[in-house]
Design a protein around this ligand. Structure first.
Ligand code: KIV
Length: 284
């Protein structure tokens, strides 16, 4: 069931109080080993519904289920000691009513041990955010490009151009007013992100929204170069692990075919020829 609350861990009020301070560092994680890697360096670790595209090969985040989020949330929980863990509410699990959102968010928190949830949407979600925040569910909001609305937007394009900027500004103000402790601003022009960051009382966490935000978030597989050829302009690749993995797999395949692997050092000697047992119980 749920993990016990960790008293050393960063909390939603800690994140809220970082408005205007040293930029908040946030990354996604979906598994225990990656959570262990990112935890010492991050203020927030998001179990994003991007997991559907990144790990499950789905064409969008729309097919992600509550069960998937809970399974990955449990895995990430086991790898975290200090970062604030936030779990995304998947499409269809919170939009119907504040009551539906509370029921599902409470399940996510109880079963994963996360301290907060994230949901997409601005002014339209204000009542839901206020309902959750008033009942012990800290909410990170998400405005601008909200990938669960990809069909309504007609794609993943830049949001907040021209007259649309005011809609996003009003969305950010509405979620802050409703009680969100932070808001993700996705794929909006720098001037808009700067204006919103100056206007809202809660930290803005940018993804494709410039360094004017109070913090940054990236999908960890994107910044590590693990997610195929997908290269949005706002992602900096800090490593090319996909290429390194491909080279390693090709080398393995070649060595197996040429009987170069396993080599002598990977092979257990014949016990009849005097091998002795090591401490770990393996034959030397
Ligand atoms: O699902 C996700 O990973 C996200 C971040 C990119 C903000 O929502």
């Amino acid at each position: 069931m749920s993990a016990v609350a960790n008293t050393k861990a960063i909390t939603p009020p800690d994140i809220r109080s970082r408005k205007g301070g040293t930029p908040l560092v946030c990354l996604t994680a979906y598994t225990t080993p990656v959570a262990r890697l990112v935890d010492p360096h991050c203020d927030v670790v998001l179990v994003g519904d991007s997991v559907g595209m990144v790990l499950h090969g789905l064409p969008s985040t729309l097919g992600v289920t509550l069960e998937m989020m809970i399974m990955h949330g449990k895995a990430v929980r086991r790898g975290l000691e200090q970062a604030l863990m936030v779990v995304d509410m998947p499409f269809g699990s919170y939009e119907e009513s504040p009551e539906q959102a509370f029921r599902n968010a409470a399940r996510v928190m109880a079963e994963t041990g996360c301290a907060a949830v994230k949901l997409e949407g601005g002014a339209a979600m204000a009542d839901t955010i206020s309902f959750l925040a008033g009942r012990g569910v800290p909410v990170m909001a998400h405005v601008g490009l909200t990938p669960q609305a990809v069909n309504a937007f007609g794609g993943y394009r830049l949001q907040g151009r021209g007259g649309d900027a005011d809609r996003i500004r009003r969305d950010a103000l509405a979620v802050a007013e409703a009680g969100a402790f932070a808001v993700v601003l996705e794929k909006v022009p720098e001037a808009l992100a700067r204006g919103i960051t100056a206007e809202v009382a809660i930290p803005t966490i940018g993804i494709g929204a410039s360094a004017a935000c109070d913090g940054q978030i990236l999908v960890v597989d994107d910044m590590l170069g693990l997610f195929g050829d997908f290269r949005p302009k706002f992602v900096k690749r800090y490593a090319e692990l996909g290429q390194a993995a491909e080279a390693a797999i090709a080398a393995y395949a070649q060595e197996v075919r040429e009987r170069m692997f396993p080599a002598a050092e990977h092979v257990f000697a014949d016990p009849l020829k005097g091998a002795h047992a090591t401490k770990s119980g393996e034959a030397a």
